[in-house]
Design a protein around this ligand. Structure first.
Ligand code: 13P
Ligand code: SF4
Length: 318
């Protein structure tokens, strides 16, 4: 089978479904990917649910429609499976803000600290980590540690400081990293939207800066924001996270209005993660057909990183 560049999404989706069956593959997609990618996935979720699925699946191939750290997490958990990342350049500005070598040097200043890292990190950082977390379970992970434990939290300063304020942990050192997409949201733009839509509730991801979180009605992971949008009686919501989530929000709530918050100075009216949007149906089709690009990890580093994710998975989501 070949790919015609003008091939319709429907025809590619059919070819992908046939290959998936033939090759005993599963497609896991993040909520920030393109709508047509989410449509063909076997499972769409937040980072936590995706890592849980990756740990449980009995498929021979895991195709990750998402960014590099997500596919790498799947490979860490399932080293005997083939893990495919349709676009190897799909990185993450947050993971890039914490290079493993720099982090290793930083940790030397904090002996005796427990290292908690957000999953948006490289395998090298995970190998230096005691326990991982996602935005979906960060509070539970921190609270699973003794109250007097000294903690280093990496790499997201916004999530780290938010969790610090929620848990009241004083002995928590936070690495100075951030996501380029979420840092861009401006509280002024949200307040302008609020004037136009006074009844709208503001939903924000904890990777946003503190002034943005202060005006939010609900703060949570992508899955938590979706849950709130479905359960809350409000009819209008201002959504302060990556715009890909709007697809699922609108699909699940046909009678409600979802307004994407623009980043400061934006003319497009929404905020996209360029990395997530690199994953297309065509690339998924090619990756399944050719069984590459494959995510490969040095076994020694993988083993050192695995414990941090397994420990996270053992902590229940709140
Ligand atoms: P979630 O864990 O909330 O899905 O977020 C992942 C992410 O990359 C946020 O930018
Ligand atoms: Fe990384 Fe930010 Fe994109 Fe999430 S939205 S994958 S944190 S760059």
């Amino acid at each position: 089978m070949t790919v015609d560049h003008n091939e319709s999404a429907a025809s590619l989706a059919e070819k992908i479904a046939a290959l998936k069956k033939e090759k005993h593959a599963v497609i896991l997609a993040h909520y920030y990917t393109l709508a047509e990618v989410q449509q063909i996935a076997d499972f769409t979720g937040d980072s936590l649910a995706l890592s849980q699925r990756a740990a449980e699946t009995d498929a021979r191939i895991i195709l990750f429609a998402g960014v590099h750290f997500m596919a790498e997490t799947a490979k860490i958990l399932s080293p005997d499976k083939k893990v495919l990342l349709p676009e190897p350049e799909a990185g993450c500005s947050l993971a890039d803000s914490c290079p493993a070598e720099d982090f290793g040097r930083f940790l030397k200043d904090y002996p005796g600290h427990t290292v908690v890292s957000y999953v948006n990190t490289s395998v090298g950082v995970k190998a230096l980590t005691d326990i991982c977390c996602t935005s979906g379970n960060a509070v539970e992970v921190i609270e699973s540690l003794p109250r007097d434990e000294k903690i280093v939290f990496a790499p997201d300063r916004n999530l780290g400081n938010y969790i610090k304020s929620l848990t009241g942990r004083q002995d928590m050192v936070v690495w100075d990293g951030a996501c380029g997409v979420h840092e861009e949201f401006s509280v002024e733009k949200i307040l302008e939207l609020k004037k136009l839509h006074p009844e709208a509730k503001v939903l924000a991801h904890p990777e946003c800066r503190r002034p943005v979180l202060l005006v939010a009605d609900h703060i949570g992971s992508t899955a938590a924001l979706l849950k709130f949008a479905s359960e809350d009686p409000a009819r209008e919501f201002i959504v302060v996270t990556e715009a890909g989530i709007l697809h699922r929000m609108r699909q699940e709530n046909p009678g409600k209005t979802f307004i994407p918050a623009p980043p400061a100075g934006s003319s497009c009216g929404c905020n996209n993660c360029a990395y997530m949007k690199m994953v297309t149906l065509e690339k998924i089709y090619r990756a399944l057909r050719d069984e590459k690009p494959e995510v490969l990890i040095d076994e020694e580093v993988r083993r050192r990183a695995e414990g941090s994710i397994r420990r996270m998975l053992a902590v229940r989501r709140g």
